[in-house]
Design a protein around this ligand. Sequence first.
Ligand code: GNR
Ligand code: NI
Length: 170
Amino acid sequence: MAIRPILTAPDPRLKTISKPVERVDDELRALMDDMLETMYDAPGIGLAAIQVGVPHRVIVMDLAGKDEPPAPQYFVNPEITWRSEELASYEEGCLSVPEMYEDVQRPARIKAKWLDYNGNPVEVEADGMLATCLQHEMDHLEGVLFIDHLSKLKRDIIMRKMVKAKKRYG
Ligand code: GNR
Ligand code: NI
């Protein structure tokens, strides 16, 4: 396992539309292991493959609380099959937009399906943090960041801060 560098905005690779995975094999599992280690190290609660520069439709997540045992989840080729009309607002952050936090409105509940770590199909109805985080991660697969859901004014302010921070720290 290895920790990989996380891309940060405005890196153009974050705008890539990621490609479906053809099969869940040991090579893909090695990528998912690296992604999980990278996510825990950051630390974050979710990570899409494109955030480590790999343009494939793969997500890892762990929504366990601080005092709970680790609960890694793996999502290969995820699809949202239903979105509630009701919206919910959460304060979101992103490892690719470090230290910026803003409220984002998204469907409160979704139905989604994907393949797990062993390539087995899973289908769930999700709400709360799982619904929010899965939508945030699936946006990454389409080249979309949470700041793309904000007003242009807010997004421009955040992007200016990001560019300044990059000039400072490289
Ligand atoms: O670590 C993360 N926290 C978070 C908080 C609220 C909504 C979404 C997230 S995902 C984020 C990690 C990340 O950038 N995943 O792409
Ligand atoms: Ni993110």
